[in-house]
Design a binder for this molecule. Structure first.
Ligand code: NAD
Length: 327
């Protein structure tokens, strides 16, 4: 399949590109390398992809990129580009979330409609649920986000549903639950915990550590994205990891895998849900989703991979033959 991956330089996007290439798909990545976190990390995420047969990169902002020529040649678009992170989404920063999560998605959907794109897979978020009333949470529960970030992801997901209902854009929105694994974003808990453990630095714990998440290994997520793209199914589905773990349990486990983490307690942050847990029945039925990586295995893989990186970042460049290599 010919795939476009937006957000290709990011944590999940770079794993998805690798997964697609490994399965013989051709991939055009699109990414602006925003400065939400160090773009040098994104250059490093891209480095193993650049120069590989079947991969091309368009470096640019999706709102300024002519998408129709890209989408016209694609079998599927995986739309992962966005502004993540719940805590930073309050105040003036909301404008950034609105632009990168809502406006960009509308731009993608317009191009998808005009080019009669065969498949669109959108990375939505468990943040749409907020403090849910039911656990494990099914997709039928009314979303009630507790962060502006969650509001923008819900708006983007609703846009996908609207374009699906009105124009027949064959969209799948996957509600991702706390994804972890090698190359995780540096603002996320596991990444910060490993860095703190390695450096012997204290880890600021927001809340009492009893907050729990349905952590999902990135390898399971990208496999599910491809499976969803290849299925004929459209709609909204949860992608959880299948087990609910508290932050305190993670800290203890990391202590076994690396070094003990010194925790400095602090107040809970606004926007953080107390608990997330996915009912994954729908994803299993719709496209055979079955997460296979348990938390100990996944965390150990992450610890191994988070060794200091010293290979230089290669410049991000376009493909010499245009976006698509000849068939
Ligand atoms: P990430 O920040 O590592 O990746 C996002 C990428 O999108 C970045 O490389 C960024 O440069 C790019 N980008 C942002 N705005 C852009 C624009 N206007 N034009 C072009 N590129 C742009 O984040 P991630 O953790 O890999 O998350 C990927 C997607 O999955 C996001 O949409 C996020 O909301 C969603 N998600 C992630 C998680 C998680 O646990 N990581 C959970 C739920 C949902």
């Amino acid at each position: 399949m010919r795939a476009v991956v937006t957000g290709a330089a990011g944590f999940i996007g770079s794993h998805l590109c690798e997964h697609l290439l490994a399965h013989g798909d051709e991939v055009v990545g699109v990414d602006a390398l925003t400065t939400f976190y160090d773009p040098a990390r994104k250059e490093r995420n891209l480095a193993p992809l650049l120069g590989r047969d079947g991969f091309a990169l368009h470096r640019g902002d999706l709102l300024r990129t002519p998408l129709r020529p890209l989408f016209a040649a694609a079998d599927v678009v995986y739309h992962l580009a966005g502004q993540p992170g719940v805590r930073g989404s309050w105040g003036d920063e909301f404008a950034v979330y609105l632009r990168r999560n809502v406006l960009v998605t509308q731009h993608v959907l317009e191009a998808a409609r005009d080019t009669r794109l065969p498949r669109l897979v959108f990375a939505s978020s468990s943040s749409v649920y907020g403090d849910a009333e039911t656990y494990p949470t099914p997709e039928t529960l009314r979303p009630r986000p507790v962060s502006p970030y969650g509001v923008t992801k819900l708006a983007a997901e609703q846009l996908c549903e609207t374009y699906r209902a009105v124009f027949g854009v064959p969209a799948v929105s996957l509600r991702l639950f706390s994804v972890y694994g090698p190359r995780q974003r540096p603002d996320m808990a596991f990444s910060r915990l490993i860095t703190a453990a390695r450096a012997g630095r204290p880890f600021p714990l927001y809340g009492d550590g009893g907050q729990s998440r349905d952590f999902t290994y990135v390898g399971d997520v990208v496999a599910a994205m491809r499976a969803a793209a290849r299925s004929g199914w459209t709609g909204v589905a949860n992608l959880g990891g299948g087990s609910e773990v508290t932050l305190r349990q993670i800290i203890a486990l990391l202590g076994e895998l690396t070094a003990p983490v010194r925790v400095v307690p602090g107040p809970a942050r606004p926007g953080d849900a107390r608990r997330t847990a996915a009912d994954i029945t729908l994803a299993r039925q719709a496209f055979g989703y079955r997460p296979v990586t348990d938390i100990r295995t996944g965390l150990a893989a992450m610890v191994r991979a988070e060794a200091p990186l010293d290979h230089g970042a290669r410049p991000a460049v376009g493909h010499p033959h245009g976006y698509w290599a000849p068939r």
